[in-house]
Design a protein around this ligand. Sequence first.
Ligand SMILES: [Zn+2]
Length: 242
Amino acid sequence: MRKPVKSTFGFCPCCGKRTLFVAFDHWLRDAYKCVRCRSIPRQRAIMSVLDARCGNWKNLDIHESSPCGSTFDRMKKECANYSYSYFYPDKKLGEVIGEGGKVTNQNLQELTFPDNSFDLFITQDVFEHLNEPEKALKEIFRCLKPGGMHVFTVPIYPFLETRPRIKIEDGRVVPIMEEQYHGNPISEKGSLVTYDWGGDIARVMDSVAGFKTEVIEFQDSRENHRMGLEADFLQVVVSTKP
Ligand SMILES: [Zn+2]
């Protein structure tokens, strides 16, 4: 049997149970899983932030763009007003694509929801794949209620300034840097990385859309180790609509 590179007993914020976290690879961000719900660190980070910042999340109007994994399983089960969307470019925007009207086809840059629809908008590792993230930020801002929050993860490079890796030419995406792809549950090719987000991320969020943004880091502490919150690029960004 393969030997894990890391294992810790603890408590999983995703499944809410005592558990064992195990990684069989050194890239903990993708490999360090809860043996019960298969959550990875960024999913546990999002759930721990929701529990800490809005303990009543189960009663809130929540929308998530392109959900998957352990947080998705939990939200679907426990939050009555949880809706979600994926983007299929060949389908009509706003079209219902399953489960009683809760799943729709949405382009984050052109949402079909009315203003002030949601208390929480969640995106997990989506913003590094958008062609025009400024449009998406303005749309999420518009669809949030006042006081609502966009809670999200994205890889942040603290020593970089946020920069595009593509440009749009005649409506087409043209890479201006070496192409990088991340895994995508609905595409075999994966998703092209279109933006690198830098240490200025909060300033960008706030100046583009009017949010008040905070980047939450997970310190090297016993409490965080116990929740399996150890990995590179482990930050949760909370952008609040004033
Ligand atoms: Zn778990």
